[in-house]
Structures are given as C-alpha cells and as structure tokens.
Design a protein around this ligand. Structure first.
Ligand SMILES: Nc1nc2c(ncn2[C@@H]2O[C@H](COP(=O)(O)O[C@H]3[C@@H](O)[C@H](n4cnc5c(=O)[nH]c(N)nc54)O[C@@H]3COP(=O)(O)O)[C@@H](O)[C@H]2O)c(=O)[nH]1
Length: 871
C-alpha cells in the first residue's frame, strides 16, 4: 500500500511538492499504517522520536498510543472532516515526554471509500513547557504576595518546575550569612539523605555544581557527575543516590550578590537544551525574588525586633532606676516618664498620664513670669539646673524631691530631661546624723557640741545687743548613789525626767543641754543690760529650777527625791572663752555643793552677795506681807481753788528692824522678784477700803484715790478681774478710784493694755498717766487710751521756775491735756511759786510737799480738816 501511495504521488509528481512543504506531514492508509512522511516531518519529529527511524514510528509508540491514534484516524474517516488532537509522547530511550499537536485530514476515493489520511504533527513541547513555566512563575509571585513562607514557596515552585521537565529533580540551596556555606533550601524530590549530606557544604572552586556555581558566581552545567572533576569529592555521594547530572545556576540578589543556587538534577547524564537552560535561569531569577524578599523580611523583622528589644531594654533600664526620669518638650509637657517617677509619687502607672511635672508631683511648682516652670527656664544646656521642691504623694504625704534638669539638643526640637529623686530618706538620715552629732540620745537635749555653738552665738548676741547672758552648770546631788543602788536604768529615767522639767523652766530662746552623766547646762539669753539685774534674773530662774527639780519623782513606781546644785556665771560680750565660762560655772556649782547642795551659787562673790541680799529682801517682802508690815500713806491732791479733791496712795514698809522703808527701795525689787503682784493686790484692797472709809465722812466722801499700778500687774491676764473683785469685796465707789500708769508701761503690747483699760473704765474707774513727759508716748496711742488725767513729772516741776525748757515742757503738757480733753495735775510742787507758775499755765491740779507730805489716813484727814491747804 505504501508503494501504491508512493507510486501515485510519483505519478503525479506530487512527491517533490510534499517534500518541499515546510510543514511536517505524514500519510496513513485506512488501516492506520504510516505510508509517507515528508522531509520536514522527519526533521522536526526527530527529537520527539528520540532518534528512532522515522519510518518506524509505530515501533516507538506504545500499544496504547497506537490504539489512541487509530481511533483518531477512524474519527477523521467517520466524520469525513479534519480532526485535531494534542498528545504527550514518551519517546526516546529516556522516555522523554514530548507534546505534539496532530491534525488529520481524511482522503476518500471516487466511491467515497476512505483511502488515506494526511496528517501533520507539530512538536509543541517547548511551547507547553513555556506555558507551564509561566504558570509556575505566576504561582510563585502569587505566593510571594500572599506572604507564604519561603520554604513553602520554594518547594511548591520546584514541584511545578519538575512537572514541566520530565526526570528533573529541582534543588535550591541558600548561602549562609558568612557567604561561605550553602544551606538546604528546598528539594522536595531529592533524596533526603543526600540533602542532609550536602547541607552546610562549603563553597569552592571544585565543590560540585552548586558549591562551584556559588563560589564562581557562574552557571555550572555538569552533564555527567561520574566524570566531572568538579564532582570528584562528591560523586560517590551523588551516584549512590542515583544522581548523574546536575546543572546549577547561581541565584543573585538585586545587587548581584550570590544568595543561593538553583540546581536541576537528573538520574541520567545529559546536557540541557537551550530552552531548559533558559527555564533554569528564569527560575533562578524568580527564586531570587522570593529569597531576597524573605531576606529583607527577615532583616526587617530582625531590625524591628532589635528596635523593640532595644526599646524594651532601654525602658527596662529606665524602669529599674531608683530615680524618676521624665522627658519634657519645650513647653513643659511630659513626653515620657519611667515607672520610678510614678512609684515615687504613689501614682498608678495605668492611671491617666500626667501632662506636666506639677501634675506628676501633685504640687504647683514655681512658674516664671511667662508661666513656664522656673527650673526649666534656668536650665543652661547640658549642664542643667537643679532645685529642691516638695511633692505630694498619693497618700497625701509631703515629700522633698530633688529635681535636676538638662536640655538635650535635637534636630527637630530640644528636649528637657528631668531626673526626680525622693530625698525623704536622705533628709531623715541627715536629721538623724545631726541628731546624733548634736543631741544627747538619752534625753534628746543638745549635747556639748551644740551647746558650745549656742554659747558662742549667745556671746555674739550679747555683745551686739548689750544684754547679759547666764550660764548655769547643774549637777544632781547624790546621783551616783541612785545609780549604784537602783541601777542605771532607773538613773537614766531620772535624767530624762530632769531634762523634761528643765525644759519647762526656761523660755523658748534659752537652751538646756546635757554634757553627760548627771551634768546639765542651762544657757539664758537676753537678760538685763544691768549686771546686777541680770544676776537677779538668773537667780530667779535658778530658784525656779531648784523648785521644779525638788518635786518628787516616780521612777519605775518608786517615789524618789532629787535636788541639784547649780553654779551660775553671768557673761556679756565675748571677751571670755567658752571653756572659761564653763569652768567658772563648774567652780560655782562646787561652791553650791559645798554650801550644802540643793542651792545655786554665782561664780562672782560680789554678785553672789548682791543676789543673796536681793533674795533675802524678796523673802522679807513675803514675810512683811504676812506680818502686815506694809501701810499706805496718802498725799493730798489739790484743785485750782485749793480744795482737796483726793489723794495718792503711796505704800510704805514698816520694817521691824529697818524702820519705815521707802518704796523707792523695795518696789523695784518687788517687781523683779514678782512680789509686786501680791503687794499690788494688797495695795488695791487697802485703797478700796480707804475709799469706803472716806465715803462715811462728809468731808472726804467725794475724794478720789489714786493707786499706782506696776507694769507686771497690768500684764496679768486676771488684772481686770482683780480690780473688779477688790471693788466688789470692799463696796468702794469705782468712780472715785483712779489708777496711775506710767508712760514706760505703754511700750509693750499696747493693744492688750488698751483692751484692759477699756474694761476697767467700764467699771467706772479712771486713769491718770504718771511721770508724763519722761517717756516717749506717741500721740496716736494717747488718743486711743481711755485716760482722764495727765500728771506732769516732778522733775519738770522742780525747775519750772529756773529752767525754761522744763517750763516749756510743763506748758506743753497742759496744752496737750486740754487738746485731748484731759485734766492735768502737777506732782512735786514744793513752793507757792511753783504752784503759781503752773496755775498760770492753767494746770488743773497740784500735788506735792507744798500741800502736804504723804501721811497715814488719819493724819491726812486731820490736816485737811484743820488747815487751809496753803492757798
Ligand atoms: N507700784 C507702786 N508703786 C508705788 C506705790 N507706792 C509708791 N510707789 C512708787 O514708789 C516710788 C517712790 O514713792 P515715794 O517714795 O512714796 O515718793 C512719792 C512721793 O513721796 C514723792 N513726792 C511727793 N511730793 C513730793 C515733793 O514735793 N517733792 C519730792 N521730792 N517728792 C515728792 O513722789 C513720789 C510720788 O511719785 P508718783 O507715784 O510718781 O506720783 C514712786 O515712783 C511711787 O510711784 C505703790 O503702792 N505701788
């Protein structure tokens, strides 16, 4: 039949025509036998047929394929029209799969009997491979876009790649970070053991296909591993796993760096076709995208993690700091702060974040004129500034906070860095150190060191103010005996109680210190400018201490009596050393011991003598009051018409030894010793009784009685009440009682004096201002005092005729009295001339020896009743 067909072709000289047609053609007879293939078919199908003789096509096809093709032939004959079919042929000794596209056209004879089929077959393997490769590449890009892990991308891509090229086993190796070794990437169909064996292999000039490709950066196409020197070291491994060929293409990053290799392994020795090589290269490029993307991702992740870790690390460091750390912008707004800043102020870190330092510290920090934090406005660059402020802890406690701020320059905006430190403990420690350094731990009193400091200061003050001070050295009598018998604990308790009592005996500005053992020191400051007075003041305090310490003690339930011996030294200015002062006080203390204990002694014998006299006198005043040795004398007061209007009560001391003692001698002493209070009360009571007495006599019923009041009497809180009670008890007419105050009394606490005077005036009692002209009365005060009379001091009266300035003063006082609506009385009038001169000045009343000396009440009435009062 072929012959017949060929003959037919030759007859018609068609053979030349078919041979020249550039389309691969074949002709089959009705039985399906190939009867002719043209030149083009023979050439183009040669690869598809794997080198088999072209006229023996049927031999290279399987039975199954032959049946399939025959059916297509019958279909063409059956339909009478062209049939097209695509096939995959396993051809060649390697059974390569070849894609073919076949078109069959049936030829019929004149009787419409099927004669031949003319067909053309085209090898579309590369076209199909290209399509598949495109699909695989699209798939890879889609996976990339979907964030599929690199491992999965590579494995999936290789599987798709392997589906395209029959027999290939794809492999991706990845360059390690050092660029010296290749790590397993993906090779889904390579033997696992082989993959493990080459994992981590070093790259090099003869390191198989991949190791060499990675090292040289060039493709390494080994067609036969068994015979290639590059595989000398690895061929046993490869061959043992059935690997014979390996074409490796370097995978490069966009910057050209080798980041891995893509290899095509085959179980047979073979060289790549151009299209295979192109596919391998394209695949390497596509894989580079995935690998680089992963490297970038990993780098970004690592960078982000590093940043996060660095941030967390930094924050952890900041949070673990003991000090608070806050950053602020230039407007003082808080930017960041650490946990310590919250912890320090007891703030809940989860609570709404504070906006400003003031908010964080819970107090309003000082602001400058522009409303910015003062501290920040003083910050000078990195050097910074610091301040101490107070913060309010969440529990309400006020705490000292040390704030330091510095300014960090920044390209966009500067930042203030502020550290906060709670210095409560530091302050407490400092206080404790100070306490330990300067205070006696047993009694809490200042110790010797602090005492020395205070004595030094007291001496400086004394020199500056011209006032005396006194240093007292106290030693408890028989203290050793107590310690030895009842123990040191009991002794300590006594010392504590003594310290407590001592503190209560002195004024706030004075100091009590413990030198050690049973030795105490009392430092008095601001004593009189007069040395004797200062000594008396010290003496008063010493006796107060003696009285206080002599009261019984309760020591651990036991009653106990203790007394001190006190040595006193009075000082002024700083011409003595502190040690000298202490030594003198110490010496004086031993004198007190020698004098029988429970007493005080001055270091200066003259002073001691004066003080002794002083003390004795005070004692005698007390006794004198008890023995009724005091009497009142009265000196008449005369009006302008020479009528007696009343008298001034003047106290006298009818001493049993010394006789009648002048008040000029004992009143100052009574004031210093406080005896003026009981004495003054007695005078008030007696004066009121005298007024009652006079009220019974028509001649004296209208008389007023002036009573002298001392400053310390007026200062008593209960003075008003004592006057009221004296009036009530006696029934004396208050309107006839006149209290004489002196100008010098109006220096201190005038407001209190005015209040008291007002209250007494309410009772009906009037006031006369004694010794007027000798003091410094301010007119504004005078106007506010509820006075009814000014008394011109006798010193001006004495020389009113001879000293023009005294006359001017006298005249001025009269004028002042008139302008204030007050009467004016002159005291110390001894002559008619004086009386006349004062009368000419319009002085309202007079008192003095010219009218009568102070005398007992009886004598006064007698005198007033029998004589014309020197008019
Ligand atoms: N707080 C009290 N002070 C009192 C009281 N009694 C008296 N005194 C004050 O004592 C000072 C001395 O008083 P005294 O020695 O009685 O002297 C008074 C008069 O005797 C004296 N006098 C009166 N007339 C004359 C005179 O013509 N010449 C002259 N040389 N002396 C005269 O003056 C004293 C009256 O002073 P004064 O009180 O300022 O009017 C004296 O300061 C008394 O105040 C008392 O009970 N409490």
């Amino acid at each position: 039949m072929p012959d017949k067909f060929l003959r037919t072709l030759q007859q018609h000289d068609l053979i030349r025509l078919l041979e020249g047609v550039p389309v691969p053609l074949f002709v089959k007879d009705a039985q399906g036998h190939v009867v002719y293939v043209n030149q083009c078919w023979r050439e183009s199908m040669a690869p598809a047929l794997g080198g088999a003789p072209t006229d023996r096509v049927g031999d290279i096809l399987s039975e199954e394929q032959l049946v399939f093709f025959h059916r297509r032939d019958l279909e063409a004959f059956g339909t009478g029209s062209a049939v097209t079919h695509e096939d995959v042929l396993q051809v060649g000794y390697q059974h390569d799969a070849r894609h073919t596209l076949t078109t069959l056209v049936p030829l019929f004879d004149n009787q419409a009997q099927p004669q031949f089929i003319v067909g053309s077959t085209v090898d579309i393997t590369e076209q199909r491979q290209l399509q598949q490769q495109n699909a695989a590449e699209r798939g890879l890009l889609e996976m990339l876009a979907s964030d599929v892990p690199l491992q999965d991308i590579m494995s999936e891509f290789i599987l798709r790649y392997e589906a395209i090229f029959t027999g290939v086993m794809g492999s991706v190796l990845l360059m390690d970070e050092e660029g010296k070794h290749l790590r397993h990437g993906a090779a889904p169909n390579l033997p696992i053991e082989y993959c493990k064996a080459i994992d981590g292999g070093a790259i090099g000039p003869s390191a198989g296909s991949c190791g060499t490709a990675a090292f040289t950066g060039k493709e390494v196409l080994v067609s036969d591993i068994a015979n290639d020197p590059l595989w000398a070291a690895y061929k046993e491994l490869a061959l043992s796993h059935g690997l014979r060929a390996c074409w490796s293409v370097p995978i490069r990053s966009t910057k050209g760096k080798v980041i891995g290799t893509f290899a095509n392994y085959y179980g047979v020795a073979r060289i790549p076709s151009d299209s295979e090589l192109q596919s391998a290269r394209r695949s390497a490029y596509l894989l580079s995208l995935a690998i680089e993307n992963d490297l970038n991702d990993r780098q970004i992740r690592q960078d982000r993690q590093a940043i996060e870790e660095a941030g967390l690390y930094r924050q952890a460091i900041l949070d673990s700091m003991v000090d608070g750390l806050v950053t602020l912008d230039l407007n003082g707004r808080i930017h960041t702060f650490n946990n310590a800043a919250c912890r320090m102020m007891g703030r809940d870190p989860e609570a709404p974040r504070p906006q400003t330092l003031s908010e964080l510290l819970g107090t309003q920090l000082p602001l400058n004129a522009q409303g910015h934090l003062e501290l920040l406005s003083t910050v000078d660059g990195i050097e910074g500034a610091s301040a101490e402020v107070t913060g309010r802890h969440a529990n309400g406690a006020i705490r000292p906070i040390s704030v330091s701020a510095s300014r960090i320059p920044h390209t966009e905006h500067d930042t203030f860095v502020v550290t906060l430190r709670d210095i409560t403990q530091q302050r407490q420690d400092e206080e404790e150190i100070r306490r330990l350094a300067f205070y006696d731990p047993l009694t809490g009193l200042p110790n010797r060191r602090l005492l020395m400091d205070r004595v030094r200061q007291a001496m400086v003050n004394s020199a500056r103010l011209g006032q005396h001070g006194a240093l007292m050295f106290l030693d408890l009598d028989h203290f050793k005996l107590l310690n030895d018998t009842l123990g040191h604990d009991v002794g300590d308790e006594l010392l504590q109680q003594v310290a407590y009592r001592l503190r209560n005996c002195v004024r706030e500005g004075d100091s009590v210190a413990r030198l050690g053992g049973d030795e105490f020191v009392v430092l008095l400051e601001g004593l009189s400018e007069n040395r004797t007075e200062a000594a008396n003041q010290a003496e008063v305090v010493a006796h107060k201490i003696l009285d206080a310490l002599a009261l019984p003690y309760s020591l651990r339930g036991h009653g106990y009596n203790s007394t001190p011996s006190i040595g006193i030294v009075v000082f002024m200015e700083d011409h003595e050393t502190m040690d000298d002062l202490l030594k003198k006080a110490d010496v004086a203390m031993y004198q007190a011991k020698a004098a029988g204990r429970n007493t005080a002694r001055f270091f200066d014998p003259v002073m001691q003598a004066a003080v002794t006299t002083h003390a004795e006198l005070a004692k005698e005043i007390r006794l004198g009051l008890q023995r009724h040795e005091f009497v009142l004398h009265y000196q008449v007061q005369i009006d302008g018409q020479g009528r007696c209007t009343g008298a001034e009560a003047l106290v006298r001391w009818n001493h049993r030894v010394r006789g009648l003692v002048s008040p000029a001698h004992f009143i100052p002493l009574a004031e210093e010793t406080g005896m003026i209070l009981p004495l003054g009360e007695w005078v008030m009571e007696s004066a009121c009784q005298q007024l009652v007495e006079w009220s019974r006599n028509p001649m004296t019923a209208h008389w007023t009685l002036a009573v002298n009041v001392s400053a310390s009497q007026l200062a008593q809180p209960e003075f008003v009440a004592s006057v009221r009670e004296a009036l009530q008890r006696s029934g004396a007419p208050a309107g006839q009682l006149k209290l004489e105050l002196t100008e010098s009394m109006l220096v201190d606490d005038v407001e209190d004096i005015i209040v008291k005077m007002m209250a007494i005036k309410e009772l009906g009692v009037s006031f006369s201002l004694d010794d007027f002209g000798t003091g410094y009365s301010s007119l504004s005060y005078l106007k506010r005092l509820p006075l009814s009379q000014l008394k011109i001091d006798q010193s001006f009266v004495r020389d009113v005729l001879t000293d023009p300035s005294d006359a001017v003063i006298a005249r001025t006082v009269v004028a002042l009295g008139q302008s204030l609506g007050l009467t004016v009385i002159a005291e110390g009038v001894e002559t008619a001339e004086q009386r006349d001169a004062l009368a000419a000045m319009q002085c309202d009343a007079f008192q003095g020896y010219y009218f009568g000396r102070p005398a007992p009440a009886d004598a006064l009435i007698l005198s007033a009743g029998t004589q014309n009062l020197n008019l």
